[in-house]
Structures are given as structure tokens and as C-alpha cells.
Design a protein around this ligand. Structure first.
Ligand code: ADP
Length: 433
């Protein structure tokens, strides 16, 4: 309790006021006591001065105690208030407390001890109530704030959903555009390739060396362009989940030799040895031969493209549990471990600059990844910069056909492990050479 208390006594009975005054004085309280005899004067005093407590008779000459307390509340005057009642007026006192009075004291019980006790407890109750009201107010405000934040979050979520929807639309549009464009480009490309092949065969008379050279260039560039267009078409089909495997029983070693045969001239042109080792007891597999050849051609064309000197090995081996593995290894520029995962993403190349040394769409490995996943296989990559790379593909001897959208990431990096899988991703670690 603070040093000097400001106390107001409201009672029209001089004797009763004196009783309160005497008791408080006897109690030895350090206080400033003010006295008024009616409700109006009390209201004016409380409006202008901050009191620590007000004692008031509920039967005032100008108004009932209930009216007085209601007036205090409605004018937002905050002060601990103690009702002075006559004996047997407890019910009225309860009513007044309900209306906002802090406590009550029967006039018959006025004594220094009693007054001090009631005064102290009224001030304590009043402050406790004020604190509780403050905390309540703060809680209400933070609750309102939370509601506002929630509303804001909901709004942002809706915005993100809208943006996602728009992005999806744009992505679908892009896939559709890629598919249509590459499909449309194939027809004129096939005409260019077909007619330059006819010209090259000299069916329409002998070509000069220069003409033959030009026709050969048209033919080779046409084939290259067709390969790029096919890559884009395959990728857009895979993205849309519209590429189906056409599985049949075939001799995998024949397909491997066919692919290697097609790539040999490119390896020869760079003076690279291209070695093939097939070690299979049973060379028959159930898979899509066109796609197996495509995977191998892609891996070989990368191996040749990224190797300046040395060798390229292709190895086909039996694995336990009716699986086969195809390994393509080179002595090329190698890949840094930080790029292992990235290079399997569409359009990703280690060198993304316009002035890059090695041409390509950046789709080859993304296509291989999707195809291997559809076949229920896994890809392992092991590479060291300036030493070379090894791409190992493990496939079931007999694939299970199912159509699945190629949207979930197939290649995952876990520590130094990299793998590709179909329905059930398996883990396997990469070897070191
Ligand atoms: P592209 O060959 O058309 O660029 P790919 O998807 O086939 O696209 O390969 C992605 C990238 O992975 C290449 O650009 C290259 O950076 C890297 N890469 C793939 N194969 C090899 C390899 N054998 N040696 C070194 N880097 C490779």
C-alpha cells in the first residue's frame, strides 16, 4: 500500500462520517481524508481527483447507492469502493457488489482494525480485478490479432494456390507446345533427310565432289536435328505420361552391338577406342528394344562427346535376382559430385553458359532417368573430374508394364548414392573406381 492514501467518505450522517474518520485515524493510517454528504458532490470529487478508496453509504439523500455505483461505472471512474450498510442490509450489499462495488462493511462493525482490513482488501481486490481486466483485454487483442493473421495467411494461401494453378497451366501449355512443335518439325526433317539420301545415292546422275560433300552435310545435319527434335518429343511425352514401353522378347546383346555399331564412327573420328564386353548366359530379355537402344546411344554419345582421348567401355553382365546391368564408362572430363543429381534434371548441363564447349539439349539423362524408372531399374553414377565417368544401369530381365506419369523425381541423391527406380525405389551405393 502506498504511503499517503486518499480516501473519500460519502455519507449524509455526520455521526457515521465521524465514526469512519475516528476509526481510520486511530488505525494510524497515513492518509488524506475527504468527506461529502451526497452522491452528486461525491461524483464531482471523484471526477476531478484520483482516490485510493471511497466509502459510501448506500442510502444517500439525493440517490440510491445502486444509482451512484452505476454512474461511476458508466463514466469510467475507476476507484475501489466500499458500501457502508446498516445491520441486516446484506442483500442490498450483494446487489451493489454485483453492480460494481468492491466490498461492503456494516456500520455496526466499524472499528480501526475492521476498517483497515476492509480498506486493504478492497484496494487489493480492485487492483487484482484491474490486472485481470488488463490481461483479458490483452488476450482479446492478441486473439483478434491472431484472427487477422489467420485471415491474412488464408488469403496468401489462396494467392499461392492461384499462382500454382497458373504455373501448372503454363507448364502444361509449354509441354503441349513442345510436343506439337517437335511433332510438326519431324515431317519436314524426314523429307530433308530422305531427299538428301536419294541425292547422295547418285540415282539422278553423278554429283561433283563438292556437291556430294554438301549433300552429305545436309544429311548429317538433318539427322542430328531429327535426333534433337526426337529428344524434345520424347521428353514432352514422358512429362505428360504419354510414353508407353512396347515390350517384347529380344536379344539384348544384339541391340547393344547395334547401338555401338552406330556410334563407332563418331568414336573413331575422335580416335577413341570403343570396347564392348558382353557376359551373359542368357541374352534374351523382355523389354522395349527401341528404348534400350536409345538409352545406350544417349550414354555413348555423351561418353564420346565428353571424352577427348582414351577409351570407352560398354559392359553387359548378369546380376543376381534375374537382373542385367549395362555399364558405359569413359576416360573423359568427369563430373563433380555436386552435379550428380542436377545433370539428371531436364535441360540441366554442368556448363549452362551460352558459350559452352559441348552442344546438347540437356534432355538425354532426364529421358534415360524416366525410361529406366518406367522399366523398374536403377541408375548409378560414379565419376571423378578429369578421370572419367561410369554410368551403370541395372534392369530386371523382364520388365513389368505399367503406365505412370513421369513427374515424380526418379534420381535421388542420398550422401554419395544416386539411383533411379520405378514403383519401389531401391537404395544402392555408387562404387569407386
Ligand atoms: P546433353 O548431353 O544434351 O547436355 P544430358 O542430359 O545427356 O544432356 O547430360 C547432361 C549433362 O551431364 C551434360 O551436359 C554434361 O554436363 C553431363 N554429362 C553427361 N554425361 C557425361 C559424361 N559421360 N561425362 C561428363 N559429363 C557428362
Amino acid at each position: 500500500m502506498k504511503q499517503t492514501l486518499k480516501i473519500l467518505v460519502v455519507d449524509d450522517n455526520e455521526v457515521d462520517r465521524m465514526a469512519v474518520r475516528d476509526a481510520l485515524t486511530k488505525a494510524g493510517l497515513q492518509m488524506e481524508l475527504f468527506e461529502v454528504s451526497n452522491g452528486n458532490d461525491a461524483f464531482s470529487a471523484l471526477s476531478t481527483t484520483a482516490y485510493d478508496c471511497v466509502f459510501f453509504d448506500y442510502r444517500l439523500p439525493d440517490q440510491h447507492g445502486l444509482t451512484f455505483i452505476q454512474q461511476l461505472r458508466s463514466s469510467k471512474i475507476k476507484v475501489p469502493s466500499v458500501v457502508l450498510t446498516a445491520q441486516g442490509d446484506e442483500q442490498i450489499a450483494v446487489q451493489l457488489i454485483k453492480a460494481g462495488a468492491t466490498d461492503y462493511l456494516s456500520k455496526s462493525k466499524i472499528s480501526p482494525e475492521m476498517l483497515v482490513q476492509v480498506l486493504r482488501s478492497a484496494i487489493r481486490i480492485y487492483w487484482a480485478e484491474t490486472q485481470a481486466a488488463l490481461v483479458n483485454q490483452q488476450l482479446r487483442e492478441s486473439h483478434e490479432q491472431l484472427i487477422r493473421k489467420n485471415q491474412e495467411l488464408e488469403r496468401q494461401q489462396q494467392q499461392i494456390q492461384m499462382q500454382n494453378f497458373k504455373l501448372l497451366e503454363v507448364s502444361q501449355l509449354k509441354s503441349h507446345f513442345l510436343a506439337t512443335m517437335s511433332h510438326e518439325l519431324r515431317t519436314p526433317m524426314n523429307a530433308i533427310i530422305g531427299f538428301s539420301q536419294i541425292l547422295f545415292r547418285s540415282k539422278f546422275g553423278q554429283l561433283t565432289d563438292q556437291q556430294a560433300d554438301m549433300v552429305e552435310r545436309i544429311l548429317n545435319n538433318g539427322k542430328h536435328l531429327l535426333m534433337l527434335v526426337n529428344e524434345v518429343l520424347d521428353f514432352s511425352k514422358l512429362e505428360a505420361g504419354r510414353l508407353d514401353l512396347k515390350a517384347e522378347i529380344f536379344d539384348i546383346s544384339k541391340v547393344i552391338n547395334l547401338a555401338v555399331g552406330e556410334m563407332r564412327s563418331l568414336a573413331d573420328a575422335k580416335n577413341l577406342s570403343l570396347l564392348v564386353q558382353t557376359d551373359l548366359q542368357n541374352t534374351l530379355v523382355f523389354n522395349d528394344p527401341v528404348r534400350i537402344k536409345q538409352i545406350l546411344i544417349n550414354l555413348l554419345s555423351n561418353a564420346i562427346k565428353f571424352t577427348e582421348s582414351g577409351e570407352i567401355w560398354v559392359e553387359v553382365k548378369e546380376l543376381p535376382a534375374s537382373r542385367v546391368t549395362i555399364v558405359v564408362q569413359d576416360t573423359g572430363i568427369g563430373i563433380a559430385p555436386r552435379d550428380f543429381k542436377r545433370i539428371f534434371e531436364a535441360f540441366r548441363q554442368v556448363d549452362q553458359t551460352i558459350t559452352r564447349k559441348y552442344p546438347g539439349t540437356g534432355l538425354g539423362l532426364a529421358i534415360i532417368d524416366s525410361l529406366v524408372r518406367m522399366m523398374g531399374g536403377k541408375i548409378f553414377l560414379d565419376s571423378k573430374l578429369e578421370s572419367g565417368s561410369m554410368f551403370k544401369i541395372e534392369l530386371p530381365r523382364q520388365i513389368t508394364l505399367f503406365t505412370e506419369a513421369a513427374d515424380a523425381p526418379a534420381i535421388q541423391l542420398d550422401g554419395d548414392e544416386i539411383y533411379s527406380s520405378a514403383k519401389n525405389p531401391h537404395h544402392s551405393s555408387s562404387k569407386t573406381r
